[in-house]
Design a protein around this ligand. Sequence first.
Ligand SMILES: C[S@@+](CC[C@H](N)C(=O)[O-])C[C@H]1O[C@@H](n2cnc3c(N)ncnc32)[C@H](O)[C@@H]1O
Length: 214
Amino acid sequence: MVGNERLTGFVNSLYKGNTPFLEALEREAREDDIPVIRKDTQAFLRFLLKEHDPGSILEIGAAVGFSAIFMAEYSSPECRIRTIENYEKRIAPARQNIERSGYSHKIRLICKDAAEILPALQEGFDMIFIDAAKAQYPFYLKEADRLINPGGLIIADNCLQEGDILESKFAVERRNRTIHKRMREFLKEITASERYTAAVLPIGDGIAVAVKDK
Ligand SMILES: C[S@@+](CC[C@H](N)C(=O)[O-])C[C@H]1O[C@@H](n2cnc3c(N)ncnc32)[C@H](O)[C@@H]1O
């Protein structure tokens, strides 16, 4: 959690819950130590889905499908979602959860390495949600920039790295230094771009949101 824990707890207590299916899925995922978007990130994403009303979404990092099902629940019936996951152990549960959610018609799970599939994608998306390997965020941004439609929204989770992002690289554990360096590159690039209007917000573990010029 990037912000003040009590304050975040208070704000989270204000939000109405999700559907019983999503609440159960989130609980199961947390019990199994599977990462899923946090409550405050969910509230922000729900807001963006309503406000932006995307017709197509690309998600990088499905885990067991929670956020894809969440986006299916809170987007218009016409919206189509593609979500990418390459970790063998998560693919079968993700497929099963999508099936059980009743949103198989909206969600397509792509079981490949994002590094392989992203360069092969061609069509435009109205929203791209980046939530996979943190050290790959500059690469995901390059691909998202190519794939996002004019006026489209790029959203990236876990950008502030539990606050580590503001530390010098020497204060960060050695094994996290590449992530630290690449995440700073990503944040600089997305905020400095002439073609995007971006905001970096201390919601959840830090979220960056950028709208591409029309
Ligand atoms: C933080 S989790 C995603 C959580 C999910 N968006 C949710 O909130 O329900 C990140 C996922 O990205 C996947 N991932 C990491 N690197 C990847 C890659 N190169 N290609 C595809 N998936 C990848 C991991 O296996 C992991 O399941």
